[in-house]
Ligand binder design. Structure first.
Ligand code: NOJ
Length: 537
């Protein structure tokens, strides 16, 4: 794995996903917006964030909260105007913060003018921009299942053919085999890059191509309900995908210092597939999300094993990125720390994410250990929840408004927020945690500051000690800087041998103050203790 050398913002910096509708409402309509994010740039910079992944803000009917784009070159009025976007970008850059946009290019909204044209007649010039097909003996062309349940084929009575949608029926898939579609998306990328956007988070990057012979996917019990109990042999990762990636990469490489991070949906394919999207020579996506840490169970050995697998697969010129939470999965503290030592576990997670090798992606609110909010039937906004309640309640819980203070609506908005707040906001909020020296927020701030200061954390080698049931420990080494990280995942006091020889001093810890000397001797580790040590020079 490379990484040594000079600083590269998307490799060595810290990223944060911001879900625009839930960050900060500047105009009192109950929804977060672009001006709201601009208003919080000082806070974001102070948190030590080098880049924002901005969730979708393009025009959209919001059937999939913006992942259904109706116009790639305009801003959804719910979030503001293009002038607001330009201002955010300019001011973010002024703070040294990069911005990557969500590029949702596998599908559009059914309200996009392209699709309206496409569905209007079989000989419309845009017909082939989407995937249309006759049925097979009165049935859909294949057995393919959508990621949100049900089949991928939707019968359209106007032109009496089926169209394909990998997600909701309101999200028809673009036909990436059509060169005009590719050109249009690449031009759209240039439109934003010309404005100065620093790159893209590419939504479901491995879905773009589908088998052109429409072969049925085999049944797979192991694939589970979200994959429709199918092995997605013919609906993901199709031959030709890397050519598309090369073309996208060429667009980005036409500009200085831009990047793309792919969301690669893997099930039975495992992390090898996510790694493959970076390309052997690092010539495809700059980064690729891999969700083993999100799906891992709590425990030093569990995380450790997941990381071993992931790191071993990173191609020689690739670079890992690490993520614990996002807008599609229950928040990390809800998965790992609900009602149980929340603050202590949140600190272990923070230290893990920010001292691992690879680009850390925080999810807004993670820095204050915000849990999922409780959603009742009447609150549901996510179409997944609307369709499958109460079996599946949707993703609203992890998208609840940011908790800025203990005042009305948690300081998020003057109006009733679009999603319910957490009940815990009077204690769990930014304002309170800024004042509390040992808060999770201040711990994050110390960690990001340390990461900025220590090149070994940004670009050093990663040498993990053998797996241990409760303690995860590793060294990060860069030139003559040697750090040792130790994380106790358990609520027990443990005896531990600090493996590296020599004398070490605490740089940052949960229970020991900076500067404390630690030798090679056995020492007692406190419950959930986090220690970052530096070898004395
Ligand atoms: C992945 C996104 O993260 C998710 O929120 C969305 O529903 C699907 N892609 C479809 O765009």
């Amino acid at each position: 794995m490379n990484g040594e050398g000079s600083y590269v913002w998307w490799k060595h910096g810290v990223m944060c996903e911001i879900y625009p509708r839930s960050y900060y409402d500047s105009n009192g309509d109950g929804s977060g917006d672009l001006q709201g994010i601009t208003a919080k740039l000082d806070y974001i910079a102070d948190l030590g964030i080098d880049g924002i992944w901005l969730g979708p803000v393009n025009a959209s009917p919001m059937v999939d909260t913006g992942y259904d784009v109706a116009d790639y070159r305009t801003i959804n009025p719910l979030f503001g105007s293009m002038a607001d976007f330009d201002e955010l970008l300019q001011k973010a850059h002024g703070h040294g913060i990069h911005i990557i946009m969500d590029m949702v290019a596998n599908h559009t909204s059914d309200q996009h003018s392209w699709f309206r044209e496409s569905r209007s007649s079989r000989d419309n010039p845009k017909r082939d921009w989407y995937i249309w097909h006759d049925g097979k003996r009165g049935r859909p062309p294949s057995n393919w299942k959508a990621a949100v349940g049900g089949g991928v084929w939707q019968w359209d009575k106007t032109t009496k053919q089926y169209y394909l949608h990998s997600f909701f029926k309101e999200q028809p898939d673009l036909n990436w085999r059509n060169p005009a579609v590719r050109q249009e998306i690449y031009d759209t990328m240039r439109f934003w890059l010309d404005k100065g956007v620093d790159g893209f988070r590419c939504d479901v990057l491995n879905y773009f191509l589908k088998d052109d012979q429409w072969r049925d996917n085999p049944f797979s019990l192991a694939a589970g309900p979200f994959n429709g109990f199918q092995k997605h042999l013919y609906t993901r990762n199709q031959p030709g995908m890397y050519d598309i990636l090369r073309e996208m990469r060429a667009v980005l490489d036409g500009y200085k210092d831009r990047m793309m991070v792919g969301e690669v949906f893997v099930a039975e394919e495992g992390p090898a597939m996510a790694a493959a999207y970076m390309g052997e020579e690092g010539e495809l996506a700059h980064l690729s999300f891999e969700f083993s840490l999100v799906f891992s169970k709590w425990g030093a050995h569990k995380f450790s094993d997941a990381l071993d697998d992931w790191y071993a697969l990173i191609p020689p010129k690739g670079w890992p990125c690490n993520v614990l939470s996002n807008h599609d999965q229950p928040r990390a503290v809800t998965r790992y720390a609900a009602g149980e030592d929340t603050v202590k576990r949140a600190k272990v997670l923070a230290a893990l994410l920010l001292t691992l090798r690879g680009t850390p992606f925080l999810y807004y609110g993670e820095e204050i250990a915000m849990p999922n909010s409780k959603i009742t039937r009447k609150d549901v906004m996510d179409t997944v929840g609307k369709m499958y309640w109460p079996i599946v309640k949707g993703r609203d819980g992890e998208r609840s408004p940011m908790q800025w203070n203990g005042g009305p609506n948690a300081g998020f908005s003057e109006a009733r927020p679009w999603l319910p707040l957490n009940d815990d906001y009077s204690e769990t909020n930014v304002e309170a945690q800024l004042q509390e020296p040992t808060s999770v927020l201040n711990f994050y701030r110390r960690l990001t500051a340390l990461r900025r200061e220590k090149q070994s954390l940004q670009m050093g080698s990663f040498e993990k000690s053998p797996s241990h049931k409760n303690i995860m420990s590793y060294r990060r080494v860069y030139q003559n800087e040697r750090l040792y990280v130790m994380l106790n995942f358990s609520a027990n006091r443990l005896s531990h041998t600090c493996t590296p020889a020599g004398r070490w001093s605490v740089l940052l810890g949960t229970q020991r103050s900076a500067g404390t000397a630690i030798g090679k001797e056995n020492f007692e580790v406190y419950p959930y203790e986090v220690l970052v040590l530096e070898k004395d020079k």
